[in-house]
Design a protein around this ligand. Structure first.
Ligand code: SF4
Length: 441
């Protein structure tokens, strides 16, 4: 008989954005590869890793609270992720933390794990599924194509925390995508800090994949991912000129007709203060052109309201823009300073009351646009991906709905042969504020 030693048990807490989630998946994959067990409670764990977010003040507070909770419940805690950059602050608040590492410091995290909870040596332990360990449901996955960012937006500290852009070679990204699809993933969500800049740092260096030479470039990657039997959805795409090349791929049905473009504002003055490209007129012209090439394209964006120096005139410019652009999905946030960001030095802070009042006006206008957009879907046929099978209905998503941020397509009726991750054909019959209602065809 072979005695198999019990695997060391690790608890894992993952906070923050999808990009951080991908980091968590990598660490978990490595832990599983080395034979660690991941357990769901603090009580069972021999060591807890907290992967933190430090993007805005609320995220910092949430991360510090999570570290405190893990220390109280377990006592043996490693901290990693964006907040790890502020080691002094973490140690001041939680002196019992065993170790701190920064963002995407996989090897450093593993070194600390080995120090505090040595890996088992068991040649019979081979528990790693080929696609790695995923935190998303089995049928969709985030595919991170680069780290860091070459921009220096004045409200953001990501470049300070994560450094300049580092793209993954295209062959490596396609390999990962193939493994994910082979393991049952039906939707790939391409993420990075700046997806359109993919490959710039590598000067679009050619890479060999499947006997072919491919340039490390977003259009090439989108075309290759489009060949896989899964949806490909692009997030965080800056409207650089070459983004126009992606829209014909959407019209051809290779990738989803969906673009998530964070525009942040429309006033040239505010965009300059944000240190972002300031050309709203051009953006409008391009949106018109994209819609001509691919009429079913869904456009999502985010905006910051009440940035320092924003006057009523700047804000009106933004309202004019959203009324003209008629974007399908919009997220808007009242500006809040991020510790360490250059924008904190700017004069002209907008009083909180005015920020909130502008945000409410903005949301009211956009809510009407979003309602009109959903109403226009009634009668349309579409393919939807099933997220959840309930007793009397299916919760699915169409090409215009990204998981977690957009709405759903709700299909009433009892279902027997449908599972999570199946594609179904439906006709839209109604809508409410966020979701569409549909019946099968
Ligand atoms: S593009 Fe701007 S907001 Fe986005 S990560 Fe880079 S610096 Fe931050």
């Amino acid at each position: 008989m072979i005695a198999v030693a019990e695997s060391p048990r690790i608890g894992f807490v993952s906070l923050g954005c999808p990009k951080n989630l991908v980091d968590s998946e990598r660490i978990l994959t490595q832990l599983r590869a080395e034979g660690y067990q991941i357990v769901p409670s603090y009580e069972e764990a021999e060591l807890v890793i907290v992967n933190t977010c430090g993007f805005i003040d609320e995220a910092v507070a949430e991360s510090l609270d999570a570290v405190g909770e893990a220390i109280d419940a377990n006592g043996r805690v490693l901290v990693t992720g964006c907040l790890g950059q502020r080691e002094d602050e973490i140690r001041a608040r939680h002196p019992r933390v065993l170790g701190v590492t920064g963002a995407h410091a996989y090897e450093a995290v593993m070194a600390q794990v080995h120090q505090y909870l040595p890996a088992p040596h068991d040649p019979f332990l081979d528990l790693l599924p080929p696609q790695g360990v995923k935190l998303t449901p089995r049928h969709y996955a985030y595919l991170k194509i680069s780290e860091g960012c070459n921009h220096r937006c004045s409200f953001c500290i990501i470049p300070q925390m994560r450094g300049d852009l580092v793209s993954r070679p295209i062959g490596e990204v396609i390999d990962e995508a193939q493994r994910l699809v082979e393991s049952g993933v039906r939707e790939l969500l391409v993420v990075s800090q700046d997806t359109s800049a993919y490959g710039v740092d590598l000067k679009y260096r050619p890479d060999i994949h499947g006997g072919r030479v491919l340039e490390t470039r977003l259009t090439t990657l989108a075309r290759e991912l489009g060949r896989l039997p899964a949806w490909t959805r692009l997030h965080y795409v800056y409207p650089y000129p070459h983004v126009d090349e992606l829209v014909p791929l959407m019209a051809e049905g290779l990738i989803l007709p969906y673009l998530d473009i964070p525009l942040q504002h429309a006033s040239e003055r505010i965009l300059k203060a944000m240190k972002r490209p300031a050309a709203s007129e051009k953006v409008l012209a391009r949106i018109r052109a994209w819609r001509e090439i691919c009429p079913e394209i869904t456009l999502r964006s985010t905006f910051i309201i009440g940035f320092p120096g924003e006057t009523e005139e700047d804000f009106d410019r933004l309202l004019d823009f959203i009324q003209e652009a008629r974007l399908d999905r919009v997220g808007a946030f009242a500006y809040s300073p991020v510790e360490g960001a250059p924008a904190n030095e700017l004069r002209g802070a907008v009083p909180e009351g005015i920020k909130q009042e502008r945000l409410a006006r903005f949301m009211e206008i956009q809510a009407q646009i979003s309602r009109d957009k959903l109403a226009a879907q009634v009668g349309r046929r579409l393919t939807a991906l099933v997220d959840e099978v309930q007793a009397d209905r299916l919760i699915a998503r169409g090409p215009g709905d990204a998981p977690e941020v957009d709405g759903h397509v709700i299909v009433e009726g009892g279902w027997e042969d449908i599972d999570r991750g199946d594609f179904i054909e439906v006709e839209v019959t109604g809508y409410d504020e966020h979701d569409l209602f549909a019946e099968p065809v």
